[in-house]
Design a protein. Structure first.
Length: 189
C-alpha cells in the first residue's frame, strides 16, 4: 500500500471577461465571507481596503491553477475521529497549499503586471497580526483568494475544470481534495 499522496496539477486559462460573467458575484461572496468564523481574521480576508471590482477589472486573462490531491490508500481506508480528521486534512493539504502559493508567486514574478490569487485563506504566518491591530508581517506574500474578491471557486472547479468537490463522510477522507488558486494577467503590463 502506498503512503504517499498523489498531487495532480490542473490548469485552465481563459479571458477574464468570461470568468467574471460566469463566476464572479461579489455581493454573494461577501455575504458568505461575513458568515465565516474567520471573517476579518487575516489581512487577506474581507473586510479589506482593496476594491474587488477594481481588481477584476484590472486584468484581461485568468489562469486557474489547481492541485488535485489524492490521499494514499492507507489514509483513505482509515476511519478517523473528529480531531484526527482535522489533523489529517492539515497534514495532507498544508504542504500542497504552500507549494501552490509559492508556484503562483513565482509565476507572478515572471509575468509583469500579473497578480496571484491564493487557494483559500491566508496562512503564510502561524498567527496573523490583524486581530492584534498590527500590520501584515508579510505583505509581499499575502494574496487574496478567488473567493475573498467575489469569485466562485467551487463553480470554477466543477464547470471549468470538470472536477467534483468531495467531503469527508463518516470519519473517512474524501477520495480527493482540490485546491485552486489563480494568476490574473494583463495583455499589456
Amino acid at each position: 500500500m502506498s503512503t504517499e499522496h498523489t498531487v495532480i496539477t490542473i490548469t485552465k486559462e481563459l479571458p477574464l471577461k468570461d470568468f467574471y460573467e460566469r463566476f464572479v458575484d461579489i455581493p454573494r461572496c461577501a455575504a458568505a465571507c461575513e458568515a465565516c468564523p474567520d471573517h476579518g481574521g487575516t489581512w487577506a480576508c474581507p473586510p479589506f481596503e482593496a476594491d474587488p471590482e477594481a481588481i477584476w477589472q484590472s486584468f484581461d486573462t485568468i489562469m486557474l491553477l489547481a492541485k488535485k490531491v489524492v490521499p494514499s490508500s492507507e489514509a483513505l481506508e482509515r476511519v478517523y475521529t473528529g480531531q484526527e480528521l482535522l489533523h489529517a486534512f492539515d497534514s495532507i493539504l498544508t504542504p500542497v497549499k504552500r507549494s501552490l502559493i509559492n508556484e503562483l508567486l513565482a509565476l507572478e514574478k515572471q509575468i509583469p503586471g500579473s497578480l496571484a490569487l491564493s487557494a483559500g485563506g491566508c496562512d503564510i504566518c502561524d498567527t496573523c497580526t490583524r486581530p492584534m491591530g498590527l500590520p501584515c508581517r508579510a505583505p509581499e506574500k499575502k494574496r487574496f483568494s478567488i473567493e475573498a474578491i467575489g469569485g466562485d471557486a467551487v463553480g470554477a472547479i466543477e464547470k471549468l475544470l470538470g472536477e467534483s468537490i468531495l467531503w469527508a463522510e463518516e470519519g473517512r477522507l474524501p477520495a480527493h481534495f482540490i485546491l485552486i488558486g489563480a494568476l490574473l494577467k494583463k495583455s499589456r503590463p
